[in-house]
Design a binder for this molecule. Structure first.
Ligand SMILES: [Fe+2]
Ligand SMILES: [Fe+2]
Length: 280
């Protein structure tokens, strides 16, 4: 059963990406014979709606939408895609996707959460299916649910906050989750931002789907916002896991991406707008 993955929104457009738009964010379209899933929506819908037809993707055919977490750069295109679909559609995520959240760098405080009210999205056709659990949403397609934070070196991004009772607190980002595909060779892991930590996420997937090697990881790793020790430790664990394809996108960042490419050579692909991958 072939699965096709196409990146619709990412921070960068490649040299051959004439006419495609880049936006800071992530959206990926998954097509299998029996289901089509939009994984994240980018920040505003502009790039997603522009790029999709140019990449041979008809968003109107989506059967489901997955939100990896509530950050705006992954959810801001939701209204646009709901309009494109034009009928009720399941939207999978964690119950905390509607958290009131911010990014703070110095004195610069910006709202970074889901930019729509739940009721407004439901009025446009979103049928929310929210759960913190690991679960199968289609044959061979799983969501990790909430990821236990067990690796001490995965400390996360210190610039991300939630507002509770008017006070800013460090955002635990418990809604961060990834999608797992069963393929002929094992598992492919699709990340949004992977705020939970790449190795925490891999640990969780291995515990839930034991005995199946993870051959592909694709998406945002948030390494660009992690301390250097985290990248070092992550590389050490990845070496032992022998992942065959490391598709780096979005919040991986150029510096961390370059370090990963030096370490893992041909296994690394820089997955920008228009990157497409077929998996058996
Ligand atoms: Fe992101
Ligand atoms: Fe994020």
């Amino acid at each position: 059963m072939t699965t096709t993955l196409t990146i619709l929104v990412e921070n960068t457009v490649p040299a051959k990406g004439d006419g495609l738009y880049a936006e800071h964010g992530f959206a990926l379209f998954l097509e299998r014979p029996e289901i089509r899933i939009l994984f994240d929506t980018g920040p505003a819908g502009v790039a997603m709606l522009h790029n999709a037809p140019r990449l041979g993707v008809n968003l109107g055919t989506a059967d489901a939408i997955v939100l990896s977490h509530g950050h705006m750069d992954h959810t801001g295109g939701l209204a646009g895609v709901l309009r494109a679909v034009g009928k009720p559609i399941p939207v999978y995520g964690h119950p905390a996707i509607f958290t009131d959240r911010y990014g703070k760098r110095g004195n610069d405080l910006r709202y970074g959460g889901l930019p729509y009210k739940r009721e407004a999205l439901e009025g446009m056709g979103a049928v929310f299916d929210l759960s913190p659990e690991f679960r199968q949403i289609a044959p061979g397609v799983h969501l990790t649910g909430e990821i236990p934070r067990r690796r001490a070196f995965e400390t996360g991004d210190a610039h991300l906050y939630v507002k509770q009772n008017g006070e800013l607190r460090k955002d635990p980002l418990q809604d961060d989750q990834s999608m797992v595909l069963e393929t002929a060779d094992g598992l492919a892991l699709i990340l949004g931002c992977c705020h939970a930590g790449l190795i925490n996420t891999i640990d969780h997937v291995r515990a839930k789907l034991p005995g199946k090697p993870i051959h592909t990881v694709i998406g945002g790793t948030h390494m660009g916002f992690a301390p250097p020790e985290q990248l070092r430790e992550t590389i050490a664990v990845l070496r032992d896991l022998s992942v065959k394809r490391l598709g780096l996108s979005h919040c991986t960042g150029l510096v961390a991406g370059a370090q990963l490419a030096r370490e893992f050579g041909d296994a690394v692909a820089f997955c920008n707008v228009g990157y497409s991958l077929a998996l058996d």
